[in-house]
Write a protein that binds this ligand. Structure first.
Ligand code: TRP
Length: 323
């Protein structure tokens, strides 16, 4: 038998993840990385400009205000890898500040081909920045970047912005940072974005906006299952839900079945029954205190270098050095 093409292997991994997630008890779930197909990435870009979702603008203010200071703190950086670059808007000021000192190579690592192309295009005009995109998941991409790009003695800056770290459970977040740390060398730097705890109504609004963009973003996951795995979800029979879990300190996103229904997922070879009111858990977004962030970095093998916050929307970008 011929070895299956990459696209087929990716599709069967997707189908298997979906089958495992939707047959889980008591809580059905779908991995959040599948939210970001081309439509999902475009909808997420729309989320970042929603009045209720202050996260992205807060980080833009933080990075714009402190880009030069950040560049001064990592003066020898010539290789920059960004995990989940999105459209690359927030990154521009940092690359400008770093490249004012030295020519740099910027490697965005992004699973959405459309978002990656957009980012490469948006940042490709910077005079002293060479852009080399990696369409991979975070750790695979970072591994390749250090293997393929890193010259001896070169200083690396890893950027993990937007509070994507919050999409991991707390322990998994610390492990993930440790995995990143293992791909780095002592003296390399990490800049980590983290959304901070704020009053529950503000948080719920940020993940359930009045115009319904976040609902569309979440529901698109079911649309993607229809398009790519031959599923027959009726999107109108599911509703987006955002709840705050005070114990986890996290917003949880779900898709709630509006009635008893059965859904066929052809490529996964399964039919899934939903009871009325039952949910699929699609994402959690953990919120932090400043101490949480420092601790998380510390247990992962980093020393705290500097931290900047936004006054309008509590958010922190923290610069760490690999020990
Ligand atoms: N990383 C983003 C966050 O947690 C992702 C996100 C924003 C998201 N809104 C969402 C994920 C709604 C699922 C549903 O802030």
């Amino acid at each position: 038998m011929a070895y299956p093409k990459l696209a087929d292997r990716k599709r069967s991994a997707f189908a298997e993840d979906v089958r495992l997630g939707l047959t889980r008890t008591p809580q059905k779930e779908l991995p959040s990385k599948y939210l970001y197909d081309d439509l999902g990435s475009a909808l997420f870009d729309a989320i970042t400009v929603l009045p209720e979702y202050g996260v992205t603008r807060a980080e833009e203010r933080v990075l714009t205000t402190h880009a030069n200071e950040l560049a001064r703190l990592v003066p020898e950086t010539t290789l920059v890898a960004e995990l989940g670059s999105g459209s690359g808007r927030k990154t521009r000021r940092i690359l400008e500040a770093l490249s004012a000192r030295r020519r740099i190579t910027y490697c965005p690592i992004e699973i959405s081909p459309a978002a990656l192309a957009h980012c490469e295009q948006a940042l490709g005009d910077l005079a002293r920045v060479d852009v080399a995109g990696y369409q991979y998941e975070y750790l695979d991409g970072l591994k390749r970047v250090v293997e393929e790009r890193r010259r001896d003695g070169e200083r690396l800056l890893v950027m993990f912005l937007g509070s994507t770290i919050g999409n991991f459970r707390r322990l998994a977040a610390a492990h993930f940072l440790r995995d990143i740390r293992h791909l780095m060398r002592p003296g390399d730097a990490l800049i980590l974005g983290a959304d901070l705890l704020k009053p529950e109504p503000v948080l719920v609004g940020a993940y359930d906006d009045a115009a319904g963009v976040t609902a569309a973003f979440n529901l698109n996951l079911l649309g993607r299952l229809n398009r790519e795995l031959g599923a027959n979800f009726d999107l109108r029979q599911f509703a987006h839900e955002a709840r705050f879990d005070p114990v986890a300190g996290a917003i949880e996103m779900h898709l709630r079945s509006k009635r008893d229904q059965a859904v066929r997922i052809e490529a996964a070879g399964c039919t899934i029954n939903f009871a009325e009111g039952e949910t699929i858990w699609t994402e959690a977004s953990h919120k932090y205190t400043l101490e949480d962030v420092a601790y998380m970095g510390d247990v992962a093998g980093f020393s705290w270098t500097a931290q900047w916050t936004d006054a309008e929307w509590p958010f922190a970008d923290t610069l760490f050095a690999a020990r």
